[in-house]
Design a protein around this ligand. Structure first.
Ligand code: ATP
Ligand code: MG
Length: 207
């Protein structure tokens, strides 16, 4: 790079740093957030799991509730089952999975609704537990789309939670009501997916 270009680059970086520093200084509200990860691209659940790992790494107490039963035994389920047995150093994780009912293959409205309500009942107390730092509600968006859960009831629980508690919601087509109560919303856009080129689902990547 010519010295002129180096000088311009350094000036741009300095201005950028000032803008970032300014934003950091202004962000001084201490509270938990609601994070919604939606969209048609791959990476919603795995993003939530990455954040869960981050939170556990800080020794925080977390809940993972999976609202759709996967077709296969998931790598993360195996992993968490093992760390729960062994670990005392990582934070505490409690997991819940919709054991019966909804899969992509078999759909029976009454059974699915009961299964959704059962898992919701099981996790409800964590929304008033101030020792719980993070609740991941994986694939929750479909529970409203199919009318298995009452969105108002879920939103009320989220809004009345302890102020430092974080919530992550994943799933396609997040309802407008969820987007409105969220602090951070990311939409993952599908640009390409191996599946559409006929490549088989990969163990360790897809499940
Ligand atoms: P992941 O669990 O890999 O983060 P996701 O949560 O974003 O994916 P879901 O809609 O929950 O996506 O679907 C889960 C499964 O479907 C994964 O095996 C994923 O690879 C696959 N999948 C996600 N998006 C697409 C897509 N656009 N086309 C085909 N398959 C997809
Ligand atoms: Mg998912």
């Amino acid at each position: 790079m010519t010295s002129d270009k180096v000088k311009r680059h350094n000036e741009r970086m300095k201005r950028h740093k000032e803008v970032v520093d300014n934003k950091i200084e202004q962000a001084n509200i201490e509270q938990g957030i609601v994070l919604v990860i939606t969209g048609n691209g791959k990476g919603k659940t795995t993003s939530a799991l990455g954040t869960l790992l981050r939170s556990l790494g800080h020794g925080q107490t977390c809940v993972l509730a999976q609202f759709i039963k996967g077709q296969w035994e998931c790598g993360e389920t195996n992993f968490f089952a093992n760390i729960n047995k062994k670990s005392s150093q990582s934070g505490k994780l409690t997991t819940f999975t919709m054991e019966t009912g909804f899969t992509w293959n078999t759909q029976d409205f009454e059974k699915d609704k009961q299964a959704a309500e059962a898992i919701w009942k099981e996790i409800l107390s964590f929304f008033s537990d101030s020792s719980c730092h993070l609740i991941v509600l994986d694939e929750l968006t479909y529970m409203f789309k199919y009318k298995y859960l009452d969105i108002k009831e879920v939103i009320t629980a989220i809004q009345n939670r302890p102020s430092h508690q974080n919530i992550i919601i994943t799933g396609r087509g997040a309802a407008q009501e969820l987007i409105e109560i969220a602090d951070t919303v990311s939409e993952i856009k599908a640009i390409k997916h191996a599946f559409n080129q006929g490549i088989k689902a990969q163990e360790g990547i897809e499940w």
